[in-house]
Ligand binder design. Structure first.
Ligand code: GDP
Length: 336
């Protein structure tokens, strides 16, 4: 009954009222708004876009931190510990977990409710797993939009977490100010199942589990990564990617990580940060255009039904790829 009443109330709430609740830092309103941006229903999309447009002036005020690493590196332990310290210092911390392996109803590496339990309960934090159930492009858009909503709700640290299995890191690196790679004390990208390209995305490398019997291995791994990183082009001018060692379990070394985050921001400078974010926003717009165009193309009545046959013809060498593409595009554009 109350649920039905609430639903009826929600339906009549204006976009401006909903925006006001989010600006006031109402966590339930924030959670509902994120559900809204996650929906692919056309009317929900329209509402989500209106809401984001209303809130846009309130966005941009957080330190956007991407965190990735192989399964078991200690990402949730690390975020729980770092987030806990930041809260103690008066920050408000939002954590969005991108999990390319999950489905809405299926299992999930990151979506597990028991991860970051303390942080999830803290009133100064907001933890949200982001199930995919679709394309990576879709996840990236929803996570970007959720991040903007968190900023509008007053969170000044936004952490976007993703499991480092080589699919979603670029998408995450493209939406944050600093991309942190959390590694195990074992060394060697291959050993950890991470791709070379992912290490190149990192603004900050952190070797976790530098404690007990693993301390020596962590030191070795850190030295190894430090020399490997010297060979790479820096992600930011005047920025040598630091390799730090921490123990998330014992909450040691986290101050140095947060200091490095600040140093990186200082190296970027106000103008550099603005430029980085502007570039990200522009790229995001183009990826939205590409996605929408491709969807419209595949769904076009003069294209969709022919696609399978044309693809086969190209695969079997009966038609040149360029000719096939041109014919389909002409059909799409109504030129034939
Ligand atoms: P995730 O898959 O990257 O999120 O990793 P988890 O945070 O779930 O941690 C994986 C395992 O590593 C758990 O058993 C943790 O207790 C353990 N772990 C995490 N951080 C540390 C650490 O700093 N030191 C040690 N020794 N173990 C850790």
């Amino acid at each position: 009954m109350r649920g039905a009443l609430n639903r009826a109330k929600r339906r009549t709430m204006t976009v401006e009222e909903q925006a006001a609740q989010i600006r006031a830092g109402d966590r339930r309103a924030l959670a509902r708004a994120i559900t809204l941006v996650e929906s692919s229903r056309a009317d929900h999309r329209e509402r989500a876009e209106a809401l984001l447009a209303a809130l846009l002036p309130e966005t941009g005020g957080s330190v956007r931190l991407g965190i990735s690493g192989p399964p078991g590196a200690g990402k949730s332990t690390f975020i729980e510990a770092l987030g806990g310290q930041l809260i103690e210092q008066g920050h408000r911390v939002a954590v969005l977990a991108v999990d390319p392996s999950s489905r809405v109803t299926g299992g999930s590496i990151l979506g597990d409710k028991t991860r970051m339990e303390r942080l999830a309960r803290a009133p100064e934090a907001f933890v949200r797993p982001s199930p995919t159930g679709g394309s990576l492009g879709g996840v990236a858009r929803r996570t970007r939009e959720a991040l903007l909503l968190c900023e509008a709700a007053g969170f000044d640290v936004a952490i976007v977490e993703t499991v480092g299995v080589g699919q979603s890191e670029t998408a995450v690196a493209d939406m944050v100010d600093l991309f942190l790679l959390l590694l195990l004390p074992s060394g060697g990208d291959e050993l950890q199942g991470i791709k070379k390209g992912v290490v190149e995305l990192a603004d900050l490398v952190v070797v976790n589990k530098a404690d007990g019997e693993l301390a020596a291995a962590a030191r070795r791994a850190a030295a190894e990564y430090q020399s490997a990183l010297r060979m790479l082009r820096p992600t930011t001018a005047d920025w040598q990617v630091p390799v730090l060692q921490v123990s998330a379990l014992e909450a040691r070394g986290l101050e140095a990580v947060w200091r490095a985050v600040g140093d990186h921001r200082a190296a970027l400078g106000e103008a550099g940060l603005a430029r980085k974010r502007a570039g990200q926003a522009r790229a995001w717009m183009w990826s939205e255009i590409e996605d929408a165009l491709l969807r419209a193309f595949r769904a076009h009545p003069a294209v969709g039904p022919r696609l399978a046959e044309v693809e086969r013809a190209v695969a079997e060498g009966r038609q040149p790829a360029a000719t096939a593409a041109k014919a389909l595009l002409q059909a799409f554009l109504g030129e034939k």
